[in-house]
Every structure is written in structure tokens, then in C-alpha cells.
Design a protein around this ligand. Structure first.
Ligand SMILES: Cc1ncc(CO)c(N)n1
Length: 226
């Protein structure tokens, strides 16, 4: 009998992580994050990341709103809405956390210009907000964006890591088991949508996944000051 998908028992998402492993690892084990986990991170790089990520997360709100709208229109599973709404709540929390963290580090958040890599990433988000972008494509990108941070920062919480105490809160925000659980829920939604998607949509979703990985690497590079 023919298997359910070209990837056999593995969901689409897991099969893409496998087939794009080198790029996935570049995004989730970047020197910036490795530097946090071994304590060698340059604090001026961390501060640059903090201010730039605040700009990014503000753009992430309308992106998530567009995903919510697509779920409302096209999802056949009511629980998607609940999961995404939970994500919206944590974004509101996250923005408040950025302001608190910035004041702790004496980092300015107002009047900061987004750097090139950030601008390009935000532009990519905007392209995914268009109504003609399929729910399956948007939710795949959303899963990927959250998961890169989850994998990255959970590395900094490993028992063998030497993450500086003052950076632990940052790492816990995205690296926690709770956030990991949320990413798994997003993966299940994406896999379910992709199971029913046309080959054209599947191709676009894979492209969006790879684009997210590239933008994430560029974002880390920018934070390192490259
Ligand atoms: C650049 C970037 N990627 C992912 C996340 C996760 O929300 C974030 N805050 N910033």
C-alpha cells in the first residue's frame, strides 16, 4: 500500500527538519546562542539582539493576527484557534518582558532603527500576511519561527551549559518545556494542514520553512555585529 505521504510515518515537518538538517542546525545552534550557553557571549551583542528582537516581535503581532484570521476562515479544527490565541497572549506578555529586560540592561527601545537583516525578516513576515497565502504555509512559517527560538534557547538551559545567571530569564522564556509544548502543538497543526494540502501548497510551505531558517541565521549574525 502506498504510504500516506512521501515521508512515510514521519510527519511532513519532521521530514523537512531531517532533509534540511544542516540549515536547521545553523539556525538553532548559532555561535550567538552557543556563546550564551558557554558564557562567552559579548553583552553588547546581547543588548543589540534585545532591541532588534523587540522590533521584530512587534511585527510578529500582526503576523500572528493574520494566521488567526486564516485559522478562523479555513481551519476544520476549533482547537487551532485556542492554541493561537494562547500564542497571542504570550506575545503580549513578551512585549512587556522586553521593556522590563531593556530597562534592566539600560537598552533603549524607542527610536531604534531596525537593521537590514531585521527589515528583511519583517518584510518576509509581511509577504506571509497576504490573504492569498494559504493557512498551511503561514502556520508552517509560524511553527518554524517559534521553534528556532525554542531549540536555540533550550540549549542554554542544558545541565552542561554555563549560561550567565542574568541571561537565564531570556533562555527560560523560549527554552522552557512549556514553550516546547506550544511548539509541538503548532507542529501538529501544520502537519495536519499539510496532509490535506496540494503539492503546490506543500512546496510553498517547505520554501517558507527554509526562508525562516535563512532569516533566523541572518538575524543572529546581525546580533553578533556582522
Ligand atoms: C528573530 C526571532 N525569531 C523568533 C522569535 C520567537 O518568537 C523571536 N522572538 N525573534
Amino acid at each position: 500500500m502506498e504510504s500516506r505521504s512521501s515521508s512515510g510515518d514521519m510527519g511532513r515537518i519532521a521530514s523537512w527538519v531531517k532533509s534540511h538538517r544542516p540549515m536547521y542546525d545553523r539556525a538553532t545552534q548559532h555561535p550567538f546562542v552557543v556563546g550564551i550557553s558557554d558564557g562567552s557571549v559579548d553583552l553588547s551583542a546581547f543588548k543589540r539582539w534585545l532591541a532588534q528582537d523587540y522590533i521584530f516581535v512587534k511585527e510578529f503581532v500582526p503576523f500572528l493576527a493574520s494566521v488567526l484570521l486564516k485559522a478562523w476562515k479555513h481551519s476544520d479544527d476549533e482547537s487551532d484557534m485556542e492554541i493561537l490565541l494562547g500564542g497571542m497572549t504570550s506575545l503580549s506578555d513578551e512585549l512587556a518582558w522586553f521593556r522590563k529586560e531593556a530597562s534592566k540592561w539600560d537598552v533603549k527601545l524607542v527610536g531604534i532603527a531596525p537593521q537590514q537583516a531585521n527589515l528583511e525578516y519583517c518584510r518576509f513576515l509581511q509577504s506571509l500576511m497576504l490573504p492569498e497565502v494559504d493557512y498551511a504555509v503561514a502556520i508552517t512559517a509560524f511553527w518554524a519561527i517559534e521553534t528556532v527560538y525554542q531549540e536555540s534557547f533550550s540549549l542554554c538551559l542544558d545541565s552542561s551549559s554555563k549560561t550567565p545567571e542574568e541571561l537565564m530569564e531570556t533562555c527560560q522564556r523560549w527554552g522552557s518545556a512549556n514553550f516546547g509544548h506550544y511548539c509541538c502543538s503548532l507542529q501538529k497543526i501544520a502537519d495536519r494542514c499539510l496532509e490535506k494540502a496540494s503539492s503546490d501548497i506543500i512546496r510553498k510551505a517547505e520554501e517558507a520553512f527554509v526562508c525562516v531558517l535563512e532569516h533566523e541565521v541572518n538575524f543572529w549574525n546581525m546580533s553578533c555585529g556582522e
